[in-house]
Design a protein around this ligand. Structure first.
Ligand code: S3P
Length: 171
């Protein structure tokens, strides 16, 4: 299907970079979190609170499966998507998987004022982020076709690197 899936930790820039990449490649941009919010009719913290994380993960996989039927999309995936084997298999069927990486210091700066990520509640410290990141990184890396570092770089520069990596398959 030639989709490009952006995966990585919360605050790694998946949505912002995805939008730039979509513009650059004349493709449509989609965001699993945004689709979940639309489908469920409530914000993510409320889904976690009222229905629980397991429910959120089920809906996330459902949404990903729907998206994988599409062609040539730029898809920003919530930070937990690449943690499930089922999701990784789905993304592999649908196209390329790009891991966006960032240092815990960079992530902390980006998420400092954010209240929309339940898993960062009480974790907005270098130690808290490092701990969760270390648990996730091996899964992210195993899933990814390529890893692109995002620290101290412009979104255009990062998007151009992803674009180059998949030319001629992207266009
Ligand atoms: C999550 C990341 C969030 C969102 C939810 C859970 C995670 O998406 O899906 O809060 O498990 O890492 P972003 O990575 O877009 O913040």
């Amino acid at each position: 299907m030639n989709n490009i899936y952006l995966v990585g930790f919360m605050g790694s820039g998946k949505s912002a970079i995805g939008r730039v990449l979509a513009r650059m490649t004349y493709r449509r941009f989609m965001d699993t979190d945004a689709l979940i919010v639309e489908q469920e009719g409530m914000p993510i913290p409320q889904i976690f609170e009222e229905k629980g994380e397991a429910y959120f993960r089920r809906v996330e996989t459902e949404v990903l499966k729907k998206l994988t039927k599409e062609k040539k999309r730029i898809i920003s995936c919530g930070g937990g998507v690449a943690m499930r084997t089922e999701n990784v298999e789905e993304m592999r069927r649908g196209g390329h998987i790009v891991l966006l990486s960032a240092k815990p210091e960079t992530i902390l700066k980006r998420v400092a004022r954010d209240e929309n990520r339940p898993l960062l509640k009480g974790r907005k410290t270098i130690e808290g982020i490092t701990e969760l990141m270390e648990a996730r990184l091996p899964h992210y890396q195993a899933a990814a076709d390529i890893t692109v570092a995002t620290d101290d770089r412009s979104m255009e520069d990062i998007a151009a690197e992803i674009c180059r990596a998949f030319i001629p398959s992207v266009r």
